[in-house]
Design a binder for this molecule. Structure first.
Ligand SMILES: Cc1ncc(COP(=O)(O)O)c(C=O)c1O
Length: 373
């Protein structure tokens, strides 16, 4: 072959560093010769409770119809969301996970000659989605690991069309208060879309949440994204959504694949949305898990970033160890967590998802042994 076929893609695509997902259990089992059942994966902010019985029943029922294409408009799920949140169905965009919805924002509003503002330590998909469209990333330094919303609003320039902000953020777990979010929205010009990514919204204590549904009415440039992957336990089915002004939703829908959400996902998400008891259990289990992890980290003399998500980001370099080394030692003990050096810019930390009490215990035991080794 005379040409490098890779060179055929635009340089902004070629320079993308691929997203690093959490290591699958099956991969570690193969590599280390471990039993899958003996491995604990706390690397992808998944729900340790699995799914509720009502959701399982909806999945079973949907199996009968999978020879057919799904409803490309996701009518029943949109209806359920519209009733729950009091938004018009024309304001809802469904996605193959909220990741897909973030990509739809980038596809619809970014491109060469345009820019997007984001924070240092932000969710990895923001720089990826921005770069994949040939747009420029404006990265604003974090303040005490958190999004500095004031500086982010100031960083908006003439080429900026999108601002990405996660609340709470992954991987730092930091939360912006409602008054900060409101002040931020007042500062960002109306011609710039503000994406508030609420993937972990259900884990926030009710009185600390920003009422983004109310803000949507006041700020037509606001896009709120949410997911069924976390508190609803449907990460494997890939269902997320955006709430936005109907004209924003309209352009996002134009770049959407016609059948981007599968039929099992649609049915499961509609059932899960109704299962308030399961979400309440997920919330409670997560609070216990966070306390357990915080307590364990304190006992080991390790600092952590206080978290409002379903994960805790712990500084493990105490005693001169590198986080990469601690990560490897944990793997050898059958525990998978997430390194957050590289693209996330937190080379001294590891992010650990809250698991069941037993999983958290196993992680803390393995961490204690890894720190001593
Ligand atoms: C902040 C944030 N946004 C979005 C997502 C995407 O989740 P999903 O595509 O499963 O909805 C994640 C996943 O970890 C996340 O942490």
């Amino acid at each position: 072959m005379l040409i490098d076929l890779c060179e055929l893609s635009p340089s902004y695509v070629r320079s993308i560093a691929p997203y690093q997902p959490g290591k699958p259990i099956s991969e570690l089992a193969r590599e280390m010769g471990l039993e899958e059942a003996a491995i604990v994966k706390l690397a992808s902010n998944e729900n340790p409770l699995g799914i509720g019985p009502r959701t399982r029943a909806a999945i079973d029922a949907a199996l009968g119809d999978i020879a057919r294409y799904p409803d490309g408009n996701g009518y029943l799920l949109k209806l359920a969301l519209s009733r729950r949140y009091g938004v018009d169905m024309s304001s809802i965009v469904l996605g193959n996970g909220s990741n897909d919805v973030l990509e739809l924002v980038a596809a619809a509003f970014l491109g060469p000659g345009r820019a997007a503002v984001m924070s240092q330590h932000c969710f990895a998909v923001y720089p990826l989605a921005t770069q994949a469209r040939g747009a420029r990333a404006i990265v604003v330094p974090a303040r005490n690991y958190a999004h500095d919303l004031e500086s982010m609003a100031k960083a908006v320039d003439d080429e900026t069309y999108v601002v990405w902000a996660a609340n709470p953020n992954n991987p730092t777990g930091t939360l912006a208060a409602a008054d900060e979010v409101e002040a931020f929205l007042r500062k960002v010009p109306e011609r710039v879309l503000v994406v508030i990514d609420e993937a972990y919204n259900e884990y926030i204590k009710a009185d600390l949440r920003t009422d983004t549904l109310k803000l949507l009415k006041r700020h037509p440039n606001l896009v709120v994204t949410r997911t069924f992957s976390k508190a609803y336990g449907l990460a494997g089915l890939r269902v997320g959504y955006a709430l936005a002004h109907p004209s924003v939703a309209d352009v996002m829908n134009r770049v959407r694949q016609p059948f981007n959400v599968n039929s099992i996902g649609l049915a499961a998400a509609a059932a899960a949305l109704d299962d308030m008891e399961f979400v309440a259990r997920s919330y409670a289990e997560n609070l216990n898990g966070l306390r357990q992890l915080e307590e364990g980290a304190r006992k080991l003399g390790l600092e952590f970033i206080p978290s409002y998500g379903n994960f805790l980001t712990i500084r493990v370099t105490t005693g001169g160890k590198s986080a990469a080394e601690v990560f490897k030692r944990l793997l050898r003990r059958g525990v998978i967590v997430r390194p957050v050096g590289g693209g996330y810019g937190l080379p001294e930390h590891l992010r650990v998802t809250t698991g069941t009490a037993a999983e958290n215990e196993k992680f803390l035991g393995a961490l204690a042994a890894s720190m001593k080794e």
